[in-house]
Design a protein around this ligand. Structure first.
Ligand SMILES: Nc1nc2c(ncn2[C@@H]2O[C@H](COP(=O)(O)OP(=O)(O)OP(=O)(O)O)[C@@H](O)[C@H]2O)c(=O)[nH]1
Length: 312
């Protein structure tokens, strides 16, 4: 493009200075601002002529993003790569505004000589993102999935067992419940750390689920910590024992090393099972409590085994 006439210059200046995006140009040899749009004063409060060097720009980036943003911009500019960055810009009154800086590099003979760019106000979008983030967190809290293992959570268990109990009571069908507890899991955490413990719980959940998921009416859930529960509606005692035993074997077959277990050198589970055809006098709480007692019996009797009671 040749030289601009006075008229053209005026047009471009008006265009640039009336957009919401704030234009700027920085001399990359001297690191001095050659231009910054007057709109910057409306957005951040700093006067147009207070933007003298790249250092003024860096100093007005929120500390949390400052280093990373400056590093990115310097390295990309030296290499001649156009780039953009989101950061909080300091305002003259001490607040911050989220902006996006979009940068175009000007090179001469393979050397970066100047940067030109636009600063966009993205605070509204960021506010929206924050709202979405908060909503997502709330949704997660309300969800029926355990965030670590991906299987059903305690909330889902509570809902499902209530329904299963009512149906068993109404139709006089057997209801079975198995409680699984990882053996010597405290030692596992102590040996490998909490993060590895989390991984281990995921693998256990996966193994249990591969067995439980074979019947669509069953529900496997993480009851809490290293405890899992399997609801088996319309399932008699022997059948429940068979399924739980398969689950136990599947966990052992994963052969997750556990040298500090006193039962085996791999991760194992103990299981308590209860089966009932609930009458009017039975309570869900007592039903669960009995299954839990069976679990502790399995622990006492040496772990990596199951104990059951069939009151149906
Ligand atoms: N990594 C990890 N550990 C957990 C989680 N929830 C509970 N735990 C740990 O699980 C362990 C449970 O230990 P205990 O209930 O004392 O029993 P145990 O060591 O499993 O031994 P037994 O049940 O008697 O075989 C505790 O150390 C908890 O910190 C979790 O989400 N992640």
């Amino acid at each position: 493009m040749g030289h601009l006439t006075q008229e053209q210059y005026g047009l471009y200046k008006t265009l640039l200075e009336s957009t919401k995006a704030i234009p700027w140009k920085l001399n990359w040899i001297t690191k001095e601002f050659e231009y910054i749009g007057p709109q910057i004063e409306t957005l951040l409060g700093w006067q147009q002529d207070s933007w003298k060097t790249a250092q003024d720009w860096i100093d007005r980036i929120h500390l949390d993003e400052r280093q990373a943003t400056a590093n990115l911009c310097i390295s990309q500019s030296d290499c001649g790569i156009d780039h953009e960055a989101d950061y909080r810009a300091l305002t003259a009154s001490g607040g911050y505004v989220w902006v996006r800086d979009v940068v175009h590099i000007i090179r001469e003979n393979g050397v970066t000589t100047a940067l030109v760019g636009f600063i966009f106000d993205i605070s509204e979008r960021k506010k929206m993102e924050d709202v979405l983030l908060r909503l997502n967190k709330q949704l997660e809290a309300l969800s029926f999935h355990d965030s670590l293992t991906g299987i059903a959570n305690r909330r889902m268990y509570d809902e499902s067992i209530r329904v299963a109990w009512a149906q068993a009571q109404q139709y006089r069908t057997p209801l079975s419940l198995a409680i699984f507890d990882v053996d010597h899991f405290k030692n596992y955490n102590d040996e490998y750390g909490h993060a590895a413990g989390d991984d281990c719980l995921c693998k256990v959940a996966e193994a249990l689920n591969s067995c439980a998921a074979m019947r669509s009416t069953d529900l496997l859930a993480r009851y809490g910590g290293e405890e899992f529960v399997l609801i088996m509606p319309t399932t008699r005692g022997e059948e429940a024992v068979e399924i739980a035993e398969t689950c136990r074997r599947l966990v052992a077959n994963q052969r997750i090393p556990h040298p500090k277990s006193e039962v085996a050198d791999i991760v194992t589970v103990s299981i308590g099972i209860n089966t009932i055809v609930p009458s009017e006098n039975d309570t869900l709480a007592a039903f669960f409590e009995t299954a839990d007692q069976k679990l502790y019996q399995a622990k006492r009797k040496g772990r990596n085994r199951l104990e059951f009671v069939d009151a149906s």
